[in-house]
Design a protein. Structure first.
Length: 332
């Protein structure tokens, strides 16, 4: 079997998850890792034995055998390595949010077209079975005409200290924006949002956004960093889609494995990325498997859409503006 050589630019905790997920695929070889931090480079080299570990993206991209590159840097640093990777003739996966700037997303899409390579956003929930099943039911007509969506995303409050570096819409809500676009099958024409800035930081601890789509679908998105750590619930998300013929819903709280111990409750989420008995499972692995197969076959991925991701950043920008102004914001 032909093996695909991939590279990873950005080797923080999530970049390490990319490495683990790629290595779980027998037809993929992680040929190189790039990170500016010498400590992270040492981990890639000594702990994982990556053949080539470099400091600068150009060094990784000079490797002719690499055909797919994961961009897993901080969100504000996605543009330059993405453009360099495309110019070097690589297919590219850009982690979410692809950027926090609409014009940067447009440059990425244009660069991919010029290079004749594809660029995919890291919206891995399209590969998580529960979320994908909702899409299947919508497409199959079991729900009839879709009327509304409610998507909630709640995280442990201690995580806020790390992720307040970026507005909540880009760190949390961006997943639900993509799901809403995917489920509605339309474009957003109007946004109204409000947030609560409890600590005075620039990122709200709680954010509500109402989206009105061109086809009439209404979506309500709710994101917060307010689940107490003592609750032992790192991820608590909820999805509900209401149609003319039926309603579909699920709560990730019920899907986690809960340990009730002497120290209280801990809930293990199995859906995104989890190590289990020497194996790696979860939506990240499924996403990377799909994109790696596309790269091997030189096929364009149709399960994800960078055009949708670009529109999602447009929607996110409108949410930020609406929450700041306290008024409805329209999209062209």
């Amino acid at each position: 079997m032909e093996r695909l050589q991939v590279g990873i630019i950005g080797f923080g905790s999530w970049g390490e998850c990319h490495l683990e997920a790629y290595r779980a695929l027998p037809f993929v070889e992680v040929a190189a890792v790039c990170d500016a931090d010498p400590v992270r480079r040492r981990i890639a080299s000594e702990q994982y034995g990556v053949p080539l570990v470099v400091e600068r993206p150009e060094e990784l991209l000079a490797q002719k055998g690499i055909r797919l590159v994961s961009i897993v840097t901080f969100e504000r640093n996605h543009l330059q390595p993405t453009l360099l990777a495309l110019q070097a003739g690589k297919h590219v996966l850009v982690e979410k949010p692809v950027t926090t700037d609409v014009e940067e997303a447009k440059r990425m899409l244009s660069a991919a077209a010029e290079a004749g390579r594809w660029i995919a956003p890291g919206h891995l929930l399209r590969f998580e079975p529960k979320y994908a099943e909702v899409r299947r039911l919508i497409e199959g007509g079991q729900l009839g005409e879709i009327a509304s969506l409610y998507l909630k995303r709640s995280r442990q409050s201690s995580l806020y200290a790390t992720y307040k570096r970026t507005h909540t819409v880009y760190e949390l809500t961006v997943h639900d924006i993509d799901q809403a676009i995917w489920y509605a099958g339309s474009r957003v024409k109007q946004v109204y949002a409000s947030g609560r800035f409890l600590s005075g930081a620039e990122a709200p601890e709680l954010l509500w956004a109402q989206l009105l789509f061109d086809n009439g679908v209404v979506a309500m998105l709710h994101s917060n960093w307010l689940t107490p750590d003592a609750a032992g619930l790192a991820i608590h998300d909820y999805t509900e889609v209401v149609g003319a013929k039926g309603i579909v819903q699920f709560d990730t709280h019920a899907a986690g494995v809960q340990l009730l111990g002497a120290a209280g409750r801990t809930t293990t989420d199995l859906s995104v990325h989890h190590r289990q008995g020497g194996r790696v499972i979860g939506a990240l692995k499924e996403q990377l498997s799909y994109l790696s197969q596309c790269a091997l076959r030189d096929q364009w991925p149709d399960e994800v859409s960078f055009e949708d991701a670009l529109h999602g950043i447009e929607v996110a920008q409108a949410i930020v503006q609406s929450a700041a102004r306290g008024e409805v914001v329209g999209l062209a």
